[in-house]
Design a binder for this molecule. Sequence first.
Ligand SMILES: [Zn+2]
Length: 259
Amino acid sequence: MQCRFCKTELEHVFIDLVNSPPSNSFLTKEQLNEPEVFYPLRVYTCHNCFLVQVDEYKKSDAIFNSEYVYFSSYSTSWLEHANRYTATMIERFNFNSNSQIIEVASNDGYLLQYFREKGIPVLGIEPTANTAKVAIEKGIDTVVDFFGVVRPLELKKEISGIDYEAHESMALHQLEVIARDTIAKFALDSVIVHHRIGFVGAGEASVAVRTSSRHRGESYLANEWIMDQLKTRVPIWKEPKFKQPKTNLSAVAATASQT
Ligand SMILES: [Zn+2]
């Protein structure tokens, strides 16, 4: 596995929490008699850039969706920490009303609210619509940004990335139509959609979607809707680039002997 930031081959396990079901994926009563999927929760650290990271077994857009139930503000001790942290940062960096604090993955505004309270402009960026909505209701400017990232596996095989090819003028036209449809359907103020073409390496973003709205609620489902529309309506084709398989002589011999 490679570091998702600097691509160094990861060698060091930071902590191995063995197997766990996806966080906050609560079961319904009907599901209690069914098998539950557990994923390895092995956390690595990169010796080059020190990023601590997990292997991606479950698709991130399946976790960070509009039913995301982790609201940071539920923990009072965490809020106390966030409050103390903002005071420390303001003192250390002399933030004032001319500064702007931007937090990526700002959840329900648990942190930015304390900067704002101290008179410092803030902006949150958050992919899960329901937590972003709570932040906006607290008066914290938040954009619901979604980045579609190329995953390292395709058909369970490792890939180095994906080559995207497009009928460019048609694709641009379709993106515009989707943006307009989304604005109308969800009563938004604006929609920005970017899709890269050419080679995009595993772990890099191929799609960026930003929606903004003065209205609340349903409109934040727009990101998910846009991702679905992209797959069906835009003439962009993808070709996964598989990594060279390592020659495995014993496997070849075993296959040969079976035939
Ligand atoms: Zn790294």
